[in-house]
Ligand binder design. Structure first.
Ligand SMILES: C[C@@]1(C(=O)O)OC[C@H]2O[C@@H](O)[C@H](O)[C@@H](O)[C@H]2O1
Length: 469
Protein backbone atom coordinates (compact mmCIF):
# COMPACT_ATOMS: atom_id res chain seq x y z
CA UNK A 1 0.00 0.00 0.00
CA UNK A 2 1.21 3.50 -0.85
CA UNK A 3 0.93 6.55 1.36
CA UNK A 4 -2.24 8.55 0.58
CA UNK A 5 -1.99 10.75 -2.55
CA UNK A 6 -2.33 13.93 -0.45
CA UNK A 7 0.34 12.93 2.11
CA UNK A 8 3.29 15.36 1.84
CA UNK A 9 6.86 14.02 1.84
CA UNK A 10 9.02 16.89 3.02
CA UNK A 11 12.11 17.97 4.90
CA UNK A 12 12.91 20.90 7.16
CA UNK A 13 15.43 23.54 8.17
CA UNK A 14 15.58 26.71 10.27
CA UNK A 15 16.82 30.22 9.46
CA UNK A 16 19.58 30.64 12.05
CA UNK A 17 20.90 27.16 11.37
CA UNK A 18 21.33 27.52 7.59
CA UNK A 19 21.27 31.14 6.36
CA UNK A 20 24.38 32.89 7.64
CA UNK A 21 24.47 36.51 6.34
CA UNK A 22 23.87 37.44 9.98
CA UNK A 23 24.39 41.17 9.37
CA UNK A 24 23.54 41.57 5.69
CA UNK A 25 20.83 43.45 3.79
CA UNK A 26 19.40 45.26 6.78
CA UNK A 27 18.89 42.25 9.03
CA UNK A 28 18.73 43.21 12.72
CA UNK A 29 20.68 41.47 15.47
CA UNK A 30 19.04 38.44 17.06
CA UNK A 31 19.41 36.84 20.49
CA UNK A 32 21.39 34.00 18.89
CA UNK A 33 23.76 36.38 17.08
CA UNK A 34 24.71 37.68 20.52
CA UNK A 35 24.36 34.55 22.71
CA UNK A 36 26.42 32.33 20.39
CA UNK A 37 29.39 34.68 20.80
CA UNK A 38 29.46 34.46 24.59
CA UNK A 39 32.46 32.21 25.34
CA UNK A 40 31.47 28.67 26.32
CA UNK A 41 27.84 28.86 25.24
CA UNK A 42 28.12 26.82 22.04
CA UNK A 43 30.12 23.76 20.99
CA UNK A 44 33.64 24.97 20.03
CA UNK A 45 32.30 28.52 19.69
CA UNK A 46 30.29 27.69 16.56
CA UNK A 47 27.69 30.26 15.49
CA UNK A 48 25.38 31.18 12.63
CA UNK A 49 27.40 34.04 11.17
CA UNK A 50 27.92 31.94 8.03
CA UNK A 51 26.19 28.64 8.94
CA UNK A 52 25.95 26.89 5.55
CA UNK A 53 25.56 30.17 3.63
CA UNK A 54 22.05 29.31 2.46
CA UNK A 55 21.32 33.05 2.15
CA UNK A 56 23.62 33.14 -0.89
CA UNK A 57 23.21 29.51 -2.01
CA UNK A 58 19.43 28.97 -1.65
CA UNK A 59 19.01 28.40 -5.40
CA UNK A 60 21.56 25.56 -5.39
CA UNK A 61 19.97 24.05 -2.27
CA UNK A 62 16.41 24.21 -3.54
CA UNK A 63 17.53 22.73 -6.88
CA UNK A 64 18.94 19.77 -4.90
CA UNK A 65 15.60 19.47 -3.08
CA UNK A 66 13.88 19.32 -6.46
CA UNK A 67 16.32 16.62 -7.62
CA UNK A 68 15.34 14.63 -4.52
CA UNK A 69 11.71 15.02 -5.58
CA UNK A 70 10.87 16.77 -2.33
CA UNK A 71 7.16 17.61 -2.30
CA UNK A 72 7.36 20.23 0.47
CA UNK A 73 10.08 22.26 2.16
CA UNK A 74 9.63 23.47 5.74
CA UNK A 75 11.80 26.49 6.52
CA UNK A 76 11.67 29.38 8.96
CA UNK A 77 11.72 33.12 8.44
CA UNK A 78 14.18 35.18 10.49
CA UNK A 79 12.03 37.80 12.22
CA UNK A 80 14.98 40.22 12.32
CA UNK A 81 15.22 40.24 8.52
CA UNK A 82 11.59 41.39 8.28
CA UNK A 83 11.43 43.71 11.33
CA UNK A 84 15.07 44.43 12.28
CA UNK A 85 14.14 46.07 15.59
CA UNK A 86 11.43 43.53 16.37
CA UNK A 87 8.38 45.77 16.11
CA UNK A 88 9.54 48.78 14.09
CA UNK A 89 9.92 49.36 10.37
CA UNK A 90 9.76 46.63 7.73
CA UNK A 91 13.02 45.78 5.91
CA UNK A 92 12.22 45.38 2.19
CA UNK A 93 15.45 43.40 1.59
CA UNK A 94 14.18 40.84 4.08
CA UNK A 95 10.87 40.52 2.26
CA UNK A 96 12.80 40.19 -1.00
CA UNK A 97 14.92 37.28 0.23
CA UNK A 98 11.97 35.20 1.38
CA UNK A 99 9.95 36.06 -1.71
CA UNK A 100 12.89 34.67 -3.71
CA UNK A 101 13.02 31.49 -1.60
CA UNK A 102 9.27 30.95 -1.91
CA UNK A 103 9.29 31.60 -5.66
CA UNK A 104 12.27 29.25 -6.11
CA UNK A 105 10.31 26.49 -4.33
CA UNK A 106 7.23 27.09 -6.46
CA UNK A 107 9.37 27.03 -9.61
CA UNK A 108 9.96 23.33 -8.88
CA UNK A 109 6.49 22.62 -7.53
CA UNK A 110 7.78 22.34 -3.95
CA UNK A 111 5.15 23.35 -1.37
CA UNK A 112 6.58 25.97 1.05
CA UNK A 113 5.67 25.24 4.69
CA UNK A 114 6.75 28.27 6.72
CA UNK A 115 7.66 28.54 10.40
CA UNK A 116 7.43 32.09 11.69
CA UNK A 117 9.51 31.56 14.83
CA UNK A 118 12.32 29.03 15.13
CA UNK A 119 14.11 30.57 18.13
CA UNK A 120 15.89 33.61 16.63
CA UNK A 121 14.36 36.64 18.37
CA UNK A 122 15.29 40.27 17.54
CA UNK A 123 17.72 41.35 20.26
CA UNK A 124 15.71 44.48 21.11
CA UNK A 125 12.86 42.26 22.29
CA UNK A 126 15.13 39.78 24.07
CA UNK A 127 16.76 42.65 25.93
CA UNK A 128 13.31 43.92 26.94
CA UNK A 129 12.35 40.68 28.70
CA UNK A 130 11.86 38.45 25.69
CA UNK A 131 8.88 36.12 26.01
CA UNK A 132 8.31 37.16 29.63
CA UNK A 133 7.21 40.58 28.32
CA UNK A 134 3.83 40.90 26.59
CA UNK A 135 5.46 43.40 24.21
CA UNK A 136 7.13 40.43 22.50
CA UNK A 137 3.77 38.73 22.00
CA UNK A 138 2.30 41.92 20.53
CA UNK A 139 5.37 42.33 18.31
CA UNK A 140 5.00 38.74 17.08
CA UNK A 141 1.43 39.42 16.02
CA UNK A 142 2.62 42.44 13.98
CA UNK A 143 5.45 40.36 12.46
CA UNK A 144 3.06 37.53 11.60
CA UNK A 145 0.65 39.91 9.91
CA UNK A 146 3.47 41.42 7.80
CA UNK A 147 4.42 37.89 6.67
CA UNK A 148 0.83 36.83 5.97
CA UNK A 149 0.35 39.94 3.80
CA UNK A 150 3.70 39.62 1.98
CA UNK A 151 3.73 35.86 1.35
CA UNK A 152 0.19 34.62 1.99
CA UNK A 153 -0.75 34.58 -1.68
CA UNK A 154 1.78 31.73 -2.23
CA UNK A 155 2.34 30.30 1.26
CA UNK A 156 -0.68 28.30 2.36
CA UNK A 157 0.87 26.40 5.28
CA UNK A 158 1.94 28.36 8.37
CA UNK A 159 3.52 27.26 11.65
CA UNK A 160 3.65 29.98 14.30
CA UNK A 161 6.23 28.57 16.74
CA UNK A 162 8.73 25.73 16.75
CA UNK A 163 9.15 23.76 19.99
CA UNK A 164 8.04 26.27 22.64
CA UNK A 165 9.15 23.86 25.36
CA UNK A 166 12.70 24.02 24.00
CA UNK A 167 13.26 27.75 23.72
CA UNK A 168 11.42 28.44 26.98
CA UNK A 169 12.84 25.45 28.85
CA UNK A 170 16.43 25.97 27.66
CA UNK A 171 16.04 29.76 27.99
CA UNK A 172 14.65 29.99 31.52
CA UNK A 173 15.29 26.62 33.24
CA UNK A 174 18.48 25.10 31.81
CA UNK A 175 20.08 28.35 30.65
CA UNK A 176 21.56 26.66 27.55
CA UNK A 177 19.69 28.96 25.14
CA UNK A 178 19.09 32.73 25.25
CA UNK A 179 18.50 34.52 27.57
CA UNK A 180 20.58 31.92 29.48
CA UNK A 181 18.58 32.01 32.72
CA UNK A 182 18.66 28.95 34.97
CA UNK A 183 16.00 27.57 37.31
CA UNK A 184 13.49 30.42 36.98
CA UNK A 185 10.12 28.64 36.92
CA UNK A 186 8.11 31.87 37.08
CA UNK A 187 9.76 33.23 33.94
CA UNK A 188 9.47 29.82 32.24
CA UNK A 189 5.72 29.49 32.72
CA UNK A 190 5.11 33.18 31.98
CA UNK A 191 7.04 32.86 28.69
CA UNK A 192 5.07 29.81 27.59
CA UNK A 193 1.81 31.62 28.29
CA UNK A 194 2.73 34.68 26.20
CA UNK A 195 3.78 32.36 23.36
CA UNK A 196 0.40 30.60 23.45
CA UNK A 197 -1.36 33.99 23.57
CA UNK A 198 0.69 35.23 20.58
CA UNK A 199 -0.14 32.02 18.72
CA UNK A 200 -3.87 32.37 19.34
CA UNK A 201 -3.87 36.01 18.21
CA UNK A 202 -1.88 35.12 15.08
CA UNK A 203 -4.40 32.38 14.23
CA UNK A 204 -7.23 34.90 14.69
CA UNK A 205 -5.52 37.48 12.45
CA UNK A 206 -4.73 34.85 9.80
CA UNK A 207 -8.28 33.55 9.66
CA UNK A 208 -9.68 37.08 9.36
CA UNK A 209 -7.53 37.60 6.22
CA UNK A 210 -9.36 34.78 4.37
CA UNK A 211 -6.23 33.44 2.66
CA UNK A 212 -7.76 29.94 2.67
CA UNK A 213 -4.51 28.38 3.82
CA UNK A 214 -3.85 26.53 7.05
CA UNK A 215 -2.15 27.50 10.30
CA UNK A 216 -0.98 25.62 13.36
CA UNK A 217 1.91 25.27 15.77
CA UNK A 218 4.76 22.77 16.07
CA UNK A 219 5.44 21.20 19.44
CA UNK A 220 7.94 18.67 20.64
CA UNK A 221 6.15 15.34 21.03
CA UNK A 222 7.83 13.50 23.92
CA UNK A 223 5.41 10.84 25.19
CA UNK A 224 6.37 9.67 28.68
CA UNK A 225 6.04 6.03 29.72
CA UNK A 226 6.58 4.53 33.17
CA UNK A 227 9.59 2.23 33.51
CA UNK A 228 7.33 -0.38 35.16
CA UNK A 229 3.88 -0.90 36.70
CA UNK A 230 4.78 0.39 40.15
CA UNK A 231 2.19 2.99 41.16
CA UNK A 232 4.70 5.74 41.96
CA UNK A 233 6.29 5.37 38.53
CA UNK A 234 2.95 5.35 36.75
CA UNK A 235 2.15 8.57 38.63
CA UNK A 236 5.53 9.95 37.54
CA UNK A 237 4.72 9.24 33.87
CA UNK A 238 1.38 10.99 34.24
CA UNK A 239 3.14 13.98 35.80
CA UNK A 240 5.65 14.10 32.94
CA UNK A 241 2.89 13.99 30.33
CA UNK A 242 0.98 16.76 32.09
CA UNK A 243 3.98 19.13 32.18
CA UNK A 244 5.73 18.17 28.92
CA UNK A 245 2.71 17.57 26.67
CA UNK A 246 -0.65 18.74 28.05
CA UNK A 247 0.71 22.10 29.24
CA UNK A 248 1.68 22.72 25.58
CA UNK A 249 -1.09 21.02 23.62
CA UNK A 250 -4.16 21.85 25.76
CA UNK A 251 -3.99 25.69 25.52
CA UNK A 252 -3.67 25.34 21.74
CA UNK A 253 -6.22 22.63 20.99
CA UNK A 254 -8.59 22.96 23.97
CA UNK A 255 -8.07 26.67 24.67
CA UNK A 256 -7.39 26.05 28.35
CA UNK A 257 -4.57 24.85 30.57
CA UNK A 258 -4.55 21.37 32.17
CA UNK A 259 -6.02 21.65 35.68
CA UNK A 260 -3.45 19.18 37.10
CA UNK A 261 -0.66 21.64 36.31
CA UNK A 262 -2.65 24.82 37.04
CA UNK A 263 -3.39 23.61 40.58
CA UNK A 264 0.25 22.76 41.24
CA UNK A 265 1.48 26.08 39.85
CA UNK A 266 -0.84 27.87 42.27
CA UNK A 267 0.61 25.87 45.20
CA UNK A 268 4.16 26.65 44.11
CA UNK A 269 3.65 30.31 43.24
CA UNK A 270 4.53 29.75 39.59
CA UNK A 271 1.20 30.84 38.06
CA UNK A 272 1.75 33.20 35.12
CA UNK A 273 0.24 36.68 35.44
CA UNK A 274 -2.40 35.99 32.81
CA UNK A 275 -5.50 38.11 32.26
CA UNK A 276 -9.08 37.07 31.59
CA UNK A 277 -8.74 38.61 28.09
CA UNK A 278 -5.69 36.48 27.34
CA UNK A 279 -7.37 33.29 28.58
CA UNK A 280 -10.49 34.17 26.57
CA UNK A 281 -8.29 34.64 23.49
CA UNK A 282 -6.93 31.09 23.89
CA UNK A 283 -10.44 29.71 24.28
CA UNK A 284 -11.90 31.73 21.37
CA UNK A 285 -9.29 30.59 18.88
CA UNK A 286 -8.55 26.97 19.85
CA UNK A 287 -11.04 25.62 17.32
CA UNK A 288 -9.47 27.61 14.50
CA UNK A 289 -6.22 25.63 14.50
CA UNK A 290 -5.98 23.65 11.27
CA UNK A 291 -3.29 21.24 12.47
CA UNK A 292 -0.70 20.44 15.09
CA UNK A 293 2.91 19.82 14.05
CA UNK A 294 4.73 17.08 15.94
CA UNK A 295 8.51 17.02 16.31
CA UNK A 296 9.06 13.42 17.34
CA UNK A 297 12.49 12.00 18.04
CA UNK A 298 12.01 9.79 21.07
CA UNK A 299 9.77 8.90 24.03
CA UNK A 300 11.00 9.23 27.61
CA UNK A 301 11.00 6.47 30.21
CA UNK A 302 10.38 7.86 33.67
CA UNK A 303 10.39 6.84 37.29
CA UNK A 304 9.57 8.68 40.50
CA UNK A 305 12.54 10.71 41.69
CA UNK A 306 13.10 10.30 45.41
CA UNK A 307 16.25 12.38 45.78
CA UNK A 308 15.98 16.03 46.72
CA UNK A 309 16.86 18.22 43.75
CA UNK A 310 18.32 21.55 44.74
CA UNK A 311 18.61 24.17 42.02
CA UNK A 312 20.89 22.23 39.70
CA UNK A 313 23.79 23.94 37.99
CA UNK A 314 23.05 23.11 34.32
CA UNK A 315 25.44 22.77 31.39
CA UNK A 316 25.22 22.15 27.66
CA UNK A 317 25.62 18.45 28.41
CA UNK A 318 22.62 18.35 30.79
CA UNK A 319 20.58 20.20 28.17
CA UNK A 320 20.74 17.70 25.33
CA UNK A 321 17.73 15.64 26.48
CA UNK A 322 19.83 12.55 27.20
CA UNK A 323 18.19 10.32 29.87
CA UNK A 324 19.31 10.24 33.48
CA UNK A 325 18.36 13.73 34.58
CA UNK A 326 15.67 14.72 37.10
CA UNK A 327 12.80 16.93 35.92
CA UNK A 328 13.12 20.61 36.77
CA UNK A 329 10.62 20.20 39.64
CA UNK A 330 12.38 17.06 40.86
CA UNK A 331 9.21 14.95 40.63
CA UNK A 332 10.55 12.38 38.16
CA UNK A 333 13.72 11.36 36.44
CA UNK A 334 14.32 9.93 32.99
CA UNK A 335 15.91 6.50 32.75
CA UNK A 336 18.15 4.84 30.16
CA UNK A 337 16.74 1.33 29.69
CA UNK A 338 18.84 -1.79 29.18
CA UNK A 339 16.49 -3.21 26.53
CA UNK A 340 16.22 -0.09 24.35
CA UNK A 341 18.47 1.28 21.57
CA UNK A 342 19.85 4.82 21.63
CA UNK A 343 21.52 7.30 19.33
CA UNK A 344 25.04 8.61 19.93
CA UNK A 345 23.40 11.48 21.82
CA UNK A 346 21.49 9.11 24.09
CA UNK A 347 18.09 9.53 22.47
CA UNK A 348 15.98 6.38 22.44
CA UNK A 349 15.06 5.04 19.00
CA UNK A 350 11.43 3.99 19.34
CA UNK A 351 8.98 4.02 16.42
CA UNK A 352 6.63 2.04 18.68
CA UNK A 353 6.76 4.83 21.23
CA UNK A 354 5.60 7.17 18.47
CA UNK A 355 2.52 5.20 17.45
CA UNK A 356 1.59 4.56 21.09
CA UNK A 357 1.88 8.31 21.69
CA UNK A 358 -0.18 9.15 18.61
CA UNK A 359 -3.08 7.12 19.99
CA UNK A 360 -2.73 9.02 23.28
CA UNK A 361 -3.07 12.31 21.35
CA UNK A 362 -6.08 11.08 19.37
CA UNK A 363 -7.78 10.01 22.56
CA UNK A 364 -7.37 13.50 24.06
CA UNK A 365 -7.65 15.78 21.03
CA UNK A 366 -9.76 13.81 18.59
CA UNK A 367 -9.27 14.00 14.86
CA UNK A 368 -7.09 17.11 14.66
CA UNK A 369 -4.94 17.06 11.51
CA UNK A 370 -1.30 16.37 12.30
CA UNK A 371 2.01 16.67 10.45
CA UNK A 372 5.27 15.16 11.55
CA UNK A 373 7.14 18.44 11.23
CA UNK A 374 10.42 16.92 12.39
CA UNK A 375 11.86 13.45 12.74
CA UNK A 376 15.37 12.28 11.95
CA UNK A 377 18.63 10.83 13.18
CA UNK A 378 21.34 13.06 14.60
CA UNK A 379 24.56 11.22 13.87
CA UNK A 380 28.20 11.54 12.92
CA UNK A 381 27.75 10.09 9.42
CA UNK A 382 30.22 7.45 8.20
CA UNK A 383 32.25 8.45 5.13
CA UNK A 384 33.57 5.55 3.04
CA UNK A 385 35.72 6.25 -0.02
CA UNK A 386 34.41 9.81 -0.10
CA UNK A 387 30.76 8.76 0.01
CA UNK A 388 28.49 9.57 2.97
CA UNK A 389 27.02 6.19 3.78
CA UNK A 390 24.38 7.22 6.31
CA UNK A 391 22.67 3.83 6.55
CA UNK A 392 21.67 4.41 10.22
CA UNK A 393 19.66 7.45 9.13
CA UNK A 394 17.93 5.45 6.36
CA UNK A 395 17.01 2.73 8.87
CA UNK A 396 15.78 5.30 11.42
CA UNK A 397 13.53 7.13 8.94
CA UNK A 398 12.34 3.89 7.33
CA UNK A 399 11.18 2.51 10.70
CA UNK A 400 9.36 5.73 11.55
CA UNK A 401 7.68 5.97 8.15
CA UNK A 402 6.49 2.38 8.59
CA UNK A 403 4.70 3.20 11.86
CA UNK A 404 3.33 6.41 10.34
CA UNK A 405 1.80 4.37 7.53
CA UNK A 406 0.37 1.98 10.17
CA UNK A 407 -0.96 4.88 12.24
CA UNK A 408 -2.79 6.30 9.22
CA UNK A 409 -4.38 2.89 8.65
CA UNK A 410 -5.40 2.89 12.33
CA UNK A 411 -7.21 6.22 11.84
CA UNK A 412 -4.59 8.76 12.92
CA UNK A 413 -5.07 11.96 10.88
CA UNK A 414 -1.47 12.35 9.71
CA UNK A 415 -0.98 14.33 6.50
CA UNK A 416 2.74 14.75 6.06
CA UNK A 417 6.28 13.95 7.11
CA UNK A 418 9.14 16.46 7.29
CA UNK A 419 12.52 14.90 7.94
CA UNK A 420 14.87 16.93 10.08
CA UNK A 421 16.86 18.06 8.22
CA UNK A 422 16.95 18.55 4.47
CA UNK A 423 20.65 19.48 4.64
CA UNK A 424 23.41 19.31 7.26
CA UNK A 425 23.23 22.50 9.28
CA UNK A 426 24.35 24.23 12.44
CA UNK A 427 23.18 22.55 15.65
CA UNK A 428 22.46 25.07 18.41
CA UNK A 429 24.49 23.15 20.99
CA UNK A 430 26.49 20.66 18.92
CA UNK A 431 27.98 22.82 16.18
CA UNK A 432 28.36 20.82 12.95
CA UNK A 433 29.12 17.53 14.74
CA UNK A 434 25.52 16.33 14.94
CA UNK A 435 24.42 15.78 11.33
CA UNK A 436 20.77 15.28 10.28
CA UNK A 437 20.71 16.02 6.55
CA UNK A 438 20.10 14.17 3.30
CA UNK A 439 22.71 16.54 1.85
CA UNK A 440 26.22 16.74 3.24
CA UNK A 441 27.94 20.10 3.67
CA UNK A 442 31.72 20.00 3.61
CA UNK A 443 32.76 22.43 6.37
CA UNK A 444 36.42 21.99 5.39
CA UNK A 445 35.90 22.58 1.68
CA UNK A 446 33.99 25.72 0.81
CA UNK A 447 30.71 24.35 2.24
CA UNK A 448 30.41 22.18 -0.86
CA UNK A 449 27.19 20.21 -0.98
CA UNK A 450 27.14 16.43 -1.62
CA UNK A 451 24.24 13.98 -1.84
CA UNK A 452 24.30 11.32 0.86
CA UNK A 453 23.12 7.73 0.43
CA UNK A 454 19.90 8.76 2.21
CA UNK A 455 19.28 11.44 -0.47
CA UNK A 456 18.92 8.72 -3.10
CA UNK A 457 16.91 6.49 -0.75
CA UNK A 458 14.40 9.25 0.17
CA UNK A 459 14.06 10.16 -3.54
CA UNK A 460 13.03 6.54 -4.20
CA UNK A 461 10.59 6.51 -1.27
CA UNK A 462 8.94 9.70 -2.55
CA UNK A 463 8.78 8.42 -6.14
CA UNK A 464 7.13 5.17 -5.03
CA UNK A 465 5.10 6.87 -2.27
CA UNK A 466 6.55 4.46 0.23
CA UNK A 467 4.79 1.49 -1.28
CA UNK A 468 7.45 -0.97 -0.08
CA UNK A 469 7.43 0.25 3.55
C1 LIG B 1 17.94 19.67 20.02
C2 LIG B 1 17.90 19.23 18.55
C3 LIG B 1 19.21 18.54 18.21
O1 LIG B 1 20.22 19.27 18.13
O2 LIG B 1 19.22 17.34 18.05
O3 LIG B 1 16.74 18.40 18.41
C4 LIG B 1 16.38 18.04 17.07
C5 LIG B 1 16.25 19.26 16.20
O4 LIG B 1 15.14 20.07 16.60
C6 LIG B 1 15.01 21.27 15.81
O5 LIG B 1 13.83 21.95 16.10
C7 LIG B 1 16.21 22.15 16.08
O6 LIG B 1 16.12 23.38 15.36
C8 LIG B 1 17.43 21.37 15.60
O7 LIG B 1 18.61 22.11 15.84
C9 LIG B 1 17.55 20.07 16.35
O8 LIG B 1 17.72 20.39 17.72
Amino acid sequence: MKFPHDFLFGAASASYQIEGAWNEDGKGLTNWDVFSKIPGKTYKGTNGDVAIDHYHRYKEDIKLMAEMGLESYRFSISWARILPTGDGEVNDKGLEFYNNVINECLKYGIVPFVTLYHWDLPITLEEDGGWTNKRTAEAFIKYAEVCFRAFGDRVKHWITFNETVMFCGLGYLKGAHPPGIQNDENKYFQATHYVFYAHAKAVEVYKEMNHYGEIGITHVFLPAFSVDDRHENVVAARHANEYETLWYYDPILKGEYPSYVVEQLKEKGWTPSWTEEELATLKRNAGKNDFIGLNYYQPIRVEKNNETVSSMEHSRETSTLAPGNPSFDGFYRTVKMEDKTYTKWGWEISPQGFIDGLHMLKERYGDIKMYVTENGLGDEDPIIDGEIVDVPRIKYIEEHLKVIKRAIKEGIHLKGYYAWSVIDLLSWLNGYKKQYGFIYVDQQNNLNRKKKLSFHWYKHIIETRGEEL
